[in-house]
Design a protein around this ligand. Sequence first.
Ligand SMILES: Cc1ncc(C[n+]2csc(CCOP(=O)(O)OP(=O)(O)O)c2C)c(N)n1
Length: 673
Amino acid sequence: MPLLATITSPADLRALPADMLPALATEIRDFLVSACARSGGHLGPNLGAVELTIALHRVFDSPREPIIFDTGHQCYVHKILTGRQPGFERLKSAGGLSGYPARDESEHDWVENSHASTALSYADGMAKAFAVRGDSRPVVAVVGDGALTGGMSWEALNNIAAKDRPVIIVVNDNGRSYSPTIGGLADRLASLRLRPGYEDMLEGIKKSLGRTPMVGRAVYDALHGMKKGIKDVLAPQGMFEDLGLKYVGAVDGHDIAALESAFRRARDFGAPVIVHCVTTKGFGYAPAQADEEDAWHSRGAFDPDNGLLTLAAGPTWTEVFSAELVRIGAARSDVVAITAAMLYPTGLAAFAQAYPERTFDVGIAEQHAVTSAAGMAMAGLHPVVAIYATFLNRAFDQMLLDVGLHRMPVTFVLDRAGITGDDGPSHNGMWDLSILGVVPRMRVAAPRDAQTLRTALREAIAQETGPTAVRFPKGALAAELPALRSVDDSVDVLYESYGEDPGVEVLVVAAGPLAAAAVEAGASIGRDGCAVRVVSPTWIRPVPQAVLDFARTADLVVTVEDGGLSGGFGSWVAQRMREDFLDRPLLTLGLAQEFLDVGKRADLLVAAGLHGEGIEQSVRTRMEALHAAMDGGSAESRPAATRPGNPVRPGNVVDLSRHETRGMDPPTRSAPS
Ligand SMILES: Cc1ncc(C[n+]2csc(CCOP(=O)(O)OP(=O)(O)O)c2C)c(N)n1
């Protein structure tokens, strides 16, 4: 029977003889590779944390003694050891196991994270709470060298070091974030990693001196008394000790016995300790370990035999942005790019290759990235901060005051905006519009396809009087959706069932790539003889005047967006309509302001009613309600589009196949009967 099948809890693990642990580690690696091959996942970080997690669960009594994983992407082994092996059948899928710690999955998951650099603060808070309650149990925080570059980690360290509370900080140092971790701290850790281990050396001295009795012991003790001095020469962990934190390490992060011994010493100490573990990302699976780009930090489904991706990825939004920024960089030497430790995922690697001196990886430090961008703009550059939409949350104040108040020309490029899906609730980029909308004079673009993305990016970077943001979603690029016509150069008309007639029964204003679903819905309603217009403004903030002009002649205005409804695009349109005394019924379609369940982006969009059929249904329901309110609901007086079984009026037939194949051709114009 495989060992792994016998492990359903940390107690089972603790009962296992130490000499069986290497075999268990091998089985866990095989299990991880098969699970991630099926569903994709954070394979590299987890392969690197196998021994470390085994040792932690043997030494600490989880869940009583909390083990908090920073970011949480490396918690798969922890899940395996805490009774969740069966859940890996549906890793990162609806109804399956989350790719991050999840409180409703297990009592071993004290926190539910995914944004980096929070573990030390959680641990500090728990340790304070236990102390207040007279409880001396230890709290463990596992933090990567990447997460350690985040400011919150240092704010927490400053507090943790101030008191003798038993917080054990396990630094999982693989030298990488996605790419190699950068900065002074990383250099410092690297030197700790590379120098001969102090503890090993001391042990060596002890052994050789021990062979000369009498003198030996005395010399050893003297040496030991000089411990700190020697330590500082051999390994500059003074950085931590100066903060008041005991340092243990560097420990081989793939040697379970060494790890267990270091953790036990740290546990016995009863005060804050750093245990510095040196690991290798992707350890034990050659394709991951050998990958220069990111050691398979996060990988889609693949063939476990050769490591090749199972599904060939089509062109992505990120690639379009990436290539266009390089072109812009060639023409504009003042354009610089900033990433918070995500050079490849945000598409900045090509820019970095072309213009290395104009690319800045600041570490996992979004707040600093944004204020640093403000500084660059003050000194004459045009910074492009490329960041996942969800991580912009971290830098709200910096965006509002350091960039916004100073009217600095900084362009925020928000990748993974809207629903991202399988990374769970905290990774959805559904908050950005709500916070962008708070920033005075912030201009926001939501391109709907590759061409509008290229144009929006150029226009954003051409702005010199204040900040701009360009948002686009995760994954495969939407099909090109050409405009029938453009109004004021700012709003594209994608569909109209009665041509350019000003008055319509329904105006649909779609933000970004949901334009395709909006056209599908609009065309279906228009086919029933209803006067429908679907428009797509690439720049959604400020709300273009042309949108308001269109709204003035519509019976019902509908906004569609891939973001939280609270403070989003629909609310901006509502506000502008109020300001313009535009008293029209308004239906705002978007995401409920909730933490969404894990699922595929496409499925979650359907669940939110943001696909063609869903939008159509919402619009029809609202039209029906409006007419019912107006005339008491008599079926005959309702608009054609909402009458059950309504025959399509001749002349108003929209040939949808033409829309699908070559964008949005206008339907044959005919007068309403
Ligand atoms: C605030 C924030 N910014 C960016 C990310 C994206 N991200 C996820 S893991 C990671 C690198 C983490 O590196 P490290 O802590 O060293 O862990 P490793 O994967 O190397 O084990 C980054 C940048 C994030 N999760 N949170």
